[in-house]
Design a protein around this ligand. Structure first.
Ligand code: SAM
Length: 415
């Protein structure tokens, strides 16, 4: 057994110098879980989790950084907190370790020891040396405490394309699409430029005839786009180079190593960040959807009831999910207010819907969202509000390459 062998969280926690709090215990448990079953089966993530467990066990400066992360992000689930922590470490490595992640050494915990120790030391030093204002402007501290993970995956926009194409008769004048929590607008840019870029084939499983369903689904995605205008809104500035760096740092190492994935990612990012230029650009508005002032400004600029499609893709789980569920409901309500009378709201997230028989209807969010087919898409139809949210698709993972179709409209469509 090496010193990095995988300890169970139960064995590890009592030995931690600082790991007395419940939140710390849960965080360590999630690190241990992801060290064995990393998202996307990405070995590099598993190695990072194992090395972080070891550093926390030693009680070094990394504990200080993690405890502060947990204190500030107390409303997040342990899997989100581990996601934040991974994005922080990866963003730092991408800036000062040019061999990350291409060097296969990062698939082993030993390679993470030095960067994790350095991260803990830099964070602690920043605390001793800085005023509060300086702390916020220090990238490491700001990312660790405040930034929300921004994995921005182009193919997550495919459920939006699916909805527009399966309900095309409602949109005779095309679609004005608002994308809430758009990140750096990878998905939007992707759909706007799909005829030039091409849509990679996706697979349909779990149907009566998967080959026929796969063919029909891909044919729908390849149809001419109905979008004539598209706006994204996000709390983080999509045009800030730090947001771009952070979005890259939020990806999986296996994606960062994949040349064609990264080329596409860069081609779809806003031109002013990368110098590359997709043919059609979405519009961007910086704002917090939960802020009344920001949304008043947004409606002055773009109007109310003016969008045929409003989406919230992989963003609702980042909104405070306490027992009252108020903020998530408010966010969905904001989306509904902006829809035209025949419009459709689309929500994709790691969530399941309480059956209507057990009212009130509610989206429930998975704690362990890496399990298969927990990334799901739901619609709310403004012309049929009493129907509530309806599930339409399940994706094998949040990279949207394999779907199960729940939507009845799909079966009724001619091939
Ligand atoms: C995980 S990213 C998803 C990006 C993209 N929609 C996708 O599915 O790939 C979530 C995004 O939601 C944004 N976000 C979270 N809360 C928000 C809020 N209250 N208002 C606006 N944007 C928000 C974050 O800044 C982040 O860019």
């Amino acid at each position: 057994m090496t010193e990095f062998s995988n300890p169970s969280p139960e064995l590890l926690v009592p030995r931690l110098r600082t790991g007395s709090s419940e939140a710390f215990h849960l965080f360590v448990g999630e690190l241990a879980r992801q060290s064995v079953r990393p998202p996307g089966e990405d070995r590099t993530i598993g190695a990072m989790c194992l090395a972080a467990l070891h550093e926390l066990e030693l009680g070094g400066p990394l504990c200080h950084a993690v405890e502060d992360l947990l204190a500030v992000r107390a409303n997040e689930t342990p899997s989100n907190q581990v996601g934040d922590f991974r994005a922080v470490t990866q963003t730092e490595l991408l800036s000062d370790h040019p061999d990350f992640p291409t060097d296969d050494a990062y698939e082993w915990p030993e390679a993470w020891r030095e960067p994790l120790q350095a991260l803990g030391e830099r964070y602690t030093a920043a605390h001793f040396d800085s005023t509060c204002e300086e702390l916020r402007s220090e990238r490491l501290v700001y990312n660790l405490l405040f930034r929300k993970v921004q994995t921005d995956v182009p193919t997550r926009a495919l459920p939006v394309e699916y909805v527009m194409q399966t309900r095309a008769e409602r949109f005779p004048n095309g679609v004005r699409w608002l994308n809430m929590g758009c990140g750096i607008m990878e998905g939007q840019s992707y759909l706007l430029n799909k005829s030039a870029l091409g849509v990679p084939p996706v697979e349909v499983v779990g149907s009566a005839n998967d080959t026929a369903a796969t063919h029909k689904f891909n044919a729908l995605l390849e149809r001419a786009s109905l979008i004539h205008e598209s706006v994204g809104i996000d709390i983080a500035d999509a045009y800030d180079p730090n947001t771009y760096t952070w979005s890259r740092g939020s990806l999986r190492p296996s994606e960062l190593k994949n040349q064609s994935f990264i080329q596409r990612f860069d081609a779809l990012a806003p031109a002013r960040l990368t110098g590359t230029k997709p043919q059609v650009h979405p519009d961007f508005f910086r704002g917090d959807i939960l802020s009344d002032d920001d949304m008043a400004e947004f409606t002055t600029a773009y109007g109310r009831k003016k969008f045929q499609v409003v989406s919230a893709l992989t963003m609702l789980h980042q909104v405070n999910g306490d027992d009252t569920n108020k903020e998530r409901q408010k966010l969905l309500e904001r989306g509904r207010e902006l829809l035209d009378d025949n419009g459709i709201l689309i929500v994709s997230d790691f969530a399941w819907l309480t059956p209507r028989a057990r009212a009130p209807q509610r989206l429930n969010f998975y704690r362990h969202w890496h399990e298969p087919f927990r990334y799901r898409s739901f619609i709310w139809d403004a012309s049929e509000p009493e129907a509530g949210l309806q599930e339409i698709l399940r994706s094998k993972n949040s990279r949207c390459d394999t779907f199960q179709i729940i939507d009845k409209v799909f079966d009724e469509l001619a091939t």
